[in-house]
Design a protein around this ligand. Sequence first.
Ligand code: FAD
Length: 393
Amino acid sequence: MYEKYDVVIIGAGAAGMMSAIECGKRGRKTLLIDHAKKIGEKIRISGGGRCNFTNLNTSPIKYISKNPSFIISALNQYNQEDFIDLVKKYKIKYHEKKLGQLFCDNSAQEIIDMLLNECKLANVVLKIDTKVIEVSYKDKIFITRDNSKTYLSSSLIVATGGLSVPKIGASKFGYDLAKQFNLNVIDTVPALVPLTFNEKILNKCKLLAGVSANAIISLKKTLFEEGMLFTHRGLSGPSILQISSYWKEGESLNINLCPEKNIFNFLLDKRNTSPKQNINSIINSFLAKRLANIICEENQIAGNIGGLSNKNIKKLSDSINNWIVEPIGTEGYKTAEVTLGGVNTDELSSKTMMCKKHPGLFFIGEVVDITGHLGGYNFQWAWSSGFVAGQHA
Ligand SMILES: Cc1cc2nc3c(=O)[nH]c(=O)nc-3n(C[C@H](O)[C@H](O)[C@H](O)COP(=O)(O)OP(=O)(O)OC[C@H]3O[C@@H](n4cnc5c(N)ncnc54)[C@H](O)[C@@H]3O)c2cc1C
């Protein structure tokens, strides 16, 4: 009738696998369950198929949470160097792409295979294509049911991830379970997601689809300097994804399309030194041609720089150094990389990831209200929180 385990883990993604490995290593009889037909789908599709598995610059300031210092303990127990050591042990080749982001040279599948092998070595029992339909708790035992079986365990780890990309297994199961156990769940919102815009901006984006710029995008005191991409659907690229995690409806973004130049001063100088130079070709010397054309067109500016008034130079420089845009929304969970919000960290011990109210119940990974910036930080949170729960479940 029943299968008995020390630990049952729901969700065999990055966090779930890491916690299973650590529980198994401690000799705990561990069951890892996932409703997906394939293991680690998010790892497989991550980083364009090469998995940006951690970041050399991992630190608490790279995370968003109601309580940003919650992550300190998990990072102290298991950090980027610890995961890099594991990757090295498996001789997986990797490289730093930029800004401390570490990617596999070959394929994300190598990370999945490494984790699966570690699970095997730790005697973890893995059940895929198995949907958990109910969890209850009686006499200090968690009772987890799937369609055909019941599993009893003294510890239960919930690692069901966030809501992004539902077609590869994302579910709200973990949030519902937290509510069932009377835990506070902070409202969830798609993050690291392309933003959408009104028709006027969208038309401009369509004309510029494929053009990229190294931009600084800022919102109040938060700013990111990374690539920005014009697409048929709006604005995308790393800097837009990063700021999307901070953006709220009604707020405007400030986009600097040429951070390395103070365009106003540069154009004033040009007007003095080369008055006969064509304004369009001046702008084109530091911005992509199509972008330069559109900026001149929308400001109705043409001809030689010598003929430009201070007012027009200011207008032109503002639309390059200080372009204000107000998004109307986001593309939502369909294309979001992560989910903001989740199980309130006030409910959990930062040292163990166990619920303060319910001994034996753990929440780890993206289902918790910890969200990393783009760049390998989200996987590092999954590894760190998984490791920590694995020492205590
Ligand atoms: C396109 C894309 C690219 C990304 N690239 C990167 C990157 O390069 N670097 C980075 O750091 N982060 C990246 N991320 C984010 C990263 O993938 C997640 O933050 C991370 O996978 C979270 O790990 P997790 O184990 O908490 O959840 P997940 O990896 O989502 O795992 C949750 C698991 O739980 C299972 N599950 C859910 N509900 C149930 C249920 N009821 N019963 C049984 N099983 C269930 C799911 O099938 C899934 O396997 C990317 C995300 C996306 C969508």
